[in-house]
Design a protein around this ligand. Structure first.
Ligand code: MOS
Length: 713
């Protein structure tokens, strides 16, 4: 029997580099992802997606397919069980794509119209590919452009601040010595997590059991319970390992279809998405059209600030990409206006994708700041320092901490910014033109209620249970370090079990809020456990367990403007003969709260910055106007930064603990991508003298625009 006297004071795990606790399992293949877990009697579902962009399903010709080897059933709007898609979940109304097969409506190419279930995945796939679906087609419209017909401003609501404004914009613009008025665009971009979406569902002992790959097991369990009108306690969702998500892994058609098929067949059914299916069935980042107007005094002080952003959504669900949000936190002006507009088209509904809003918004805004610096003839960092707000420009709230200038200062020192000649198009190295650029970053720092349980086991170890999700970020390891410090033991004595909805409600891995929210709950439960153990006595065989619920503590947080900040730096080389842009080095310095695990935190930030390079130079999903379909929905046609595209990237941070957080955490999941594309684009301007306001900065665009040097010559 181990007694409380074995609790020796060991702290200092938080802040120390620690490899992933499940790392060995992952590299040896012992870690099982959703599609890897074996089940007896497992059947396999294959999704059939619509090939037309608008219309109705006239018929699904199941008969010939049902005669094929191994085929068990074909589900479609005429044969599928009924579900209830009319509910409000924790993140609002569901995208109707998850209310599968409830009517014959087809709102875009890639809408699920049938599920073929067979004994093997190969049989299911073969049958799905020959299944004939007939449509009554209607004219469609997938043409996204700035200010096009149908664009509207959504209603302001607690969940969405569509528009903000103060002051007389026209008057301030008219009295400004310097004005920037530029339009920017970003293309449709996709999450493309390495692990495709997959779910297995079965009924076991009167409960629905789902093995899934998601960002929140209680979230998905709750949505499935609502869709199938089940008692939430009768649904269990697990998601032990996740190979990337980035906003795409909530409730999606494959989980719903697996549950439907498991119910109809009364046996376990797994549905795995193909890479191609992921381009239409799991959400994406909307293209954006943005206009930024800045009016300033000659010294760069802003008088007028206007950021107008527009994204598309589907005809069945409103999703607003809040690209205009960044300026509400970053820059004040006498007249200040921001608006996020949206236009419904015959396309899938976009969704959250790493730094939703801030990622595309920062490209436009931080490019415009660079244009203003150029016009004013002042250094871009000096310009930002000159416009540092004392409080939230729109909210009026004090910042919990705001160390953006410390990031610029440290970044400038390490990047060698002081030696930079601000004039563009001057540095040549063979056929390459060289340039450097910078941009600011910010992302909200939030926390949400969570519950956790910590058990002191009789063998002297501790078990933490929390329905957290580790998307590959290292969250499980971070929680191990946090629990170890809270219990004052070595991390090796702590076992963190996550991603099981039976552990009770917890925040999803999203909004850069996961680790912070879970850490808070783990801290609270560990503190409670220590109090119980301090009473003394032996630990019984079942251990001693303490539970926490942070709802009250989180709700009691004072009103402040809570954000992380950062400064991005990039050096590029532009090939004047091919138009190719190569990023040579990048540096990001962040003020993002206390860093729990420097090893995985750096990976998170470098990952975000890498994605920023990808966003700046490569990523673009092209949609064909005539068919309404993607031109090349695969990794041959959708290029993203690969090894050779990624140079030396450094990410580091300044001291910036959140004073109101028990650990000091702010959250680092998304800020790494913010501003990164703008830093690259600003460096391309510095290299060539040409502004690129449309992403990605493809070779053909560079050649077409020319370079300052070539034009001059
Ligand atoms: Mo992130 S886009 O909140 O998963």
């Amino acid at each position: 029997m181990t007694t409380t006297t074995s609790l020796t004071a060991v702290t200092g795990s938080v802040g120390t580099a620690h490899t992933r606790v499940e790392g060995r399992d992952k590299v040896t293949g012992a870690a099982r992802y959703a599609a890897d877990v074996p089940f007896a009697e497992l059947a396999h579902g294959w999704m059939v997606l619509s090939t037309v962009a608008r219309g109705r399903v006239r018929s699904v010709e199941s008969e010939p397919v049902l005669a094929m080897p191994g085929v068990l059933t074909v589900l479609h709007h005429g044969s599928a069980p009924r579900v209830d898609g009319d509910y409000t979940g924790v993140l609002g109304r569901p995208d109707p794509i998850v209310a599968c097969f409830q009517n014959d409506q087809v709102p875009f190419v890639g809408w699920p119209v049938a599920l073929v279930v067979a004994e093997t995945p190969e049989q299911a796939r073969e049958a799905a590919e020959v299944l004939v679906v007939r449509y009554d087609e209607e004219p469609h419209d997938v043409d996204f452009s700035a200010g096009r017909s149908g664009t509207y401003t959504p209603q302001n609501s607690p969940a969405l601040q569509a528009e903000t404004g103060k002051g007389d914009l026209d008057a301030e613009l008219a009295s400004s010595a310097v004005v920037v008025d530029s339009e920017y665009s970003t293309p449709e971009e996709h999450h493309s997590p390495m692990e495709p979406h997959a779910a297995m569902a079965r009924w076991e002992g009167g409960r629905l059991e789902v093995i899934d790959s998601n960002q929140g097991t209680t979230w998905v369990a709750d949505e499935l319970a609502k869709l199938f009108s089940l008692d939430p306690a009768s649904v269990r969702v697990r998601s032990e390992h996740v190979g990337g998500a980035f906003g795409s892994k909530g409730v999606r058609p494959h989980q719903v279809l697996a549950v439907m098929a498991a119910t109809v067949l009364d046996r376990p059914v797994r549905v795995v998405l193909t890479r191609r299916q992921m381009f239409s069935a799991v959400g994406y980042r909307s293209p954006t059209a943005q206009r930024v107007r800045l009016g300033a005094d000659a010294d760069g002080r802003l008088r007028a600030f206007d950021h107008q952003a527009q994204n598309l959504t589907s005809r069945v669900h409103e999703f607003v990409e809040q690209s205009a949000s960044m300026g509400r936190v970053m820059y004040d002006a006498d007249a200040h206006h921001t608006v996020n507009r949206v236009v419904p088209l015959d396309v899938p509904t976009p969704t959250w994708m790493r730094a939703p809003g801030e990622a595309p918004g920062s490209f436009a805004l931080e490019s415009a700041l660079d244009e203003l610096a150029e016009k004013c003839g002042i250094d871009p960092i000096v310009l930002r320092a000159r416009n540092e707000p004392a409080a939230g420009p729109v909210s009026g709230l004090p910042f919990s901490s705001r160390n953006v200038l410390a990031c610029f200062q440290e970044g400038a020192r390490r990047f060698g910014w002081a030696e930079r000649d601000p004039r563009p198009g001057l540095r040549r190295e063979g056929r390459w033109l060289l340039g450097t650029g910078t941009a600011a970053a910010t992302y909200p720092s939030g926390v949400a209620p969570s519950t956790a349980a910590v058990t002191a086991e009789a063998d002297g170890t501790f078990t933490v249970r929390i329905s957290a999700a580790d998307l590959g970020t290292g969250a499980r390891t971070a929680l191990t370090l946090i629990a170890a410090d809270a219990l004052e033991v070595e991390p090796g004595r702590v076992h963190v079990r996550i991603a099981d909805s039976d552990f009770g409600p917890a925040m999803i891995a999203g909004g850069s809020m996961g680790t912070r929210s879970w850490a808070w709950a783990v801290m609270a439960a560990a503190g409670e456990l220590r109090e119980q153990l301090a009473l003394g006595g032996d630990i019984p065989p079942q251990g001693v367990t303490a539970r926490s619920d942070t709802s009250a503590a989180v709700g009691a947080l004072s009103a402040k403007e809570r954000h992380s900040f950062g400064a991005q730096f990039a050096e590029v080389a532009v090939d004047t003969t091919s138009g190719e842009v190569r990023v040579r080095r990048m540096l990001g310095i962040f003020a993002a709260g206390r860093i729990v695990n420097p090893l995985t935190a750096r990976s998170q930030l470098v990952g975000g910055m890498t994605w920023g390079i990808s966003m700046a130079l490569h990523e673009e999903a092209a949609r064909d106007r005539a068919s309404g379909s993607h031109v090349a929905a695969d990794f041959a046609g959708y290029h993203f930064a690969a090894n050779a595209d990624v140079p030396l990237i450094e990410a580091d941070w300044v001291d910036d603990p959140d004073a109101d957080d028990p650990v000091g955490i702010k959250g680092i999941g998304e800020i790494g991508i913010v501003g990164a594309a703008a830093a690259v684009a600003n460096a391309v301007w510095h290299a060539t003298g040409v502004r690129h306001r449309n992403l990605p900065i493809r070779p053909d665009r560079v050649l077409l625009a020319g370079t300052g040097e070539a034009t001059a010559g």
